[in-house]
Design a protein around this ligand. Structure first.
Ligand SMILES: Nc1ncnc2c1ncn2[C@@H]1O[C@H](COP(=O)(O)OP(=O)(O)OP(=O)(O)O)[C@@H](O)[C@H]1O
Ligand SMILES: [Mg+2]
Length: 418
């Protein structure tokens, strides 16, 4: 899947999932609101009908004797209740109403209903109950058109709000998906560039090795010592590749975030160990190496990840030696300031141009000067230093003057948090 496709489908998925979640939640909410609203509306109507039914059941409704017998229902609590009293299929009493025309009556499914039911007649809607009292069928009804209309209005309003909310959700989900994907897209691109740069850096040493080996293969009968220079160059390039490989591996591990192995270290001894090696190097390379440390450090203990802090210092010292010409001076200075140890590596080397200073921590960046002078290196050292510094909360400061020299300072907390 190409980069474009991955991000397109991921974006679609994020939008789809958020949209789906909101849609289902809103639909459930809308349905529940309607059901509860409807139930509450009818509950009031039903209560009035049931109260009136109970009043009728508790009273005698056939009053008078013989010829003068007549049906008299108790007065309802609300005049809106319509009543019909049937005897032998004929209406013997009905309350005044405006709903049923001449000869028209509500059609209940049975003479006795199970609780209250909804009926419709001529486009009007009613809640009604039918029961038998003293051999007569009594039907009570209440028109619920107003209630149904308000339910319909609620339904319309709910759908409209649902539509608006869904449009807003769609917009928000798109915005969020873009925002969420932005850092991922950047990290993804960085990885791609990293791999491209790494393979590009490997191309030159590989080309040299290939060229020299091809040359050697044409002189199969020659003695080895006759081609010592070519072999030495091949060895050099293999070393360079080896270093690049181990730096890349270290860097990728730092990126993933390895854990710190913090231990108590006697600072003085730690610095001495590192300096000893560079004293030897300075002799070989005909440069001066100076170690400056305050007396206080004699008894200073720090809590550091030994391997990683050492790696930071060697990256700086390696650069200082590499970018300082013969007879130059490299100074390693260690001092304590509050709760930090300041270690600076200063050189009287080639210096770094102002415009390059911002870029030297970028992976694979090497100044054109350095490339021009064909000084070995792949431009990973300082980016590795930056990753290490981030993990250990170390601050890096740099001052440099082109043609005069550079000074890199590390401010390391006395206690690095693991
Ligand atoms: N002390 C220094 N003096 C002058 N230039 C420097 C110094 N340190 C770093 N630079 C510049 O910064 C660039 C990046 O340094 P970095 O250590 O990352 O890579 P490198 O030394 O070129 O290669 P390597 O990965 O082998 O360390 C160098 O190529 C060089 O141009
Ligand atoms: Mg370097």
């Amino acid at each position: 899947m190409s980069r474009q496709d991955i991000f397109k489908t991921t974006k679609k998925k994020i939008i789809g999932i958020s949209f789906g979640i909101v849609l289902v939640s809103l639909l459930t909410l809308a349905m529940l609101t309607q059901v509860f609203y409807r139930a509450r509306l009818f509950a009031n109507v039903d209560r009035q009908l049931l109260t009136h039914r109970n009043m009728i059941l508790n009273e005698k409704i056939i009053k008078g004797k013989g010829e003068h017998k007549e049906v008299i229902l108790p007065a309802p609590l609300t005049p809106d209740i319509i009543s019909f009293v049937w005897k032998d299929g004929e209406v013997v009493d009905e309350s005044p109403h405006v709903y049923f025309g001449e000869g028209k009556y509500p059609s209940f499914p049975s003479e006795e209903t199970e609780g209250i039911i909804t009926l419709d007649s001529d486009g009007y809607y009613y809640r009604g109950v039918s029961f038998i009292k003293e051999g007569l069928v009594v039907q009570l009804l209440l028109n619920v058109d107003a209630e149904l209309q308000s339910v319909q209005q609620l339904v319309r309003a709910t759908w409209l709000s649902l539509l608006i909310l869904l449009l807003v959700t769609f917009g928000l989900a798109t915005y969020l998906a873009n925002k969420v994907l932005k850092p991922i897209r950047r990290a993804y691109d960085q990885q791609v560039f990293f791999v491209q740069d790494a393979s590009h850096e490997m191309r030159t040493p590989l080309a040299v090795i290939k060229g020299q080996l091809e040359l050697l293969s044409r002189h199969r009968t020659d003695q080895i010592e006759e081609h010592f220079e070519e072999l030495a160059q091949v060895m050099n390039e293999v070393h360079a590749l080896e270093k690049l490989n181990s730096d890349l591996l270290f860097l990728s591990k730092e990126d993933v975030g390895t854990h710190l192995n913090v231990e108590k270290i006697e600072l003085n001894q730690f610095i001495e160990e590192i300096s000893e090696f560079y004293e030897d190097i300075s002799e070989i390379q005909d440069k001066r190496f100076i170690l400056e440390k305050s007396e206080v450090l004699q008894s200073t203990w720090v809590e550091w990840d030994r391997v990683k802090v050492k790696r930071c210092l060697t990256i700086l010292l390696e650069n200082a030696f590499k970018y300082t010409l013969e007879c130059g001076v490299i100074t390693l200075k260690v001092e304590q300031e509050n709760k930090k140890i300041k270690i600076s590596v200063k050189d009287t080397g080639i210096g770094i141009k102002d415009e390059d200073q911002k870029r030297i921590f970028d992976r694979f960046f090497r100044s054109s000067d350095v490339r021009g002078r064909s000084i070995d290196g792949s431009g990973i050292g300082l980016s590795l230093l930056q990753s290490l510094a981030n993990t250990m909360n170390i601050e890096i400061k740099i001052t440099s003057e082109y043609g005069k020299g550079s000074c890199f300072t590390l401010e390391i907390p006395i206690q690095i948090k693991a």
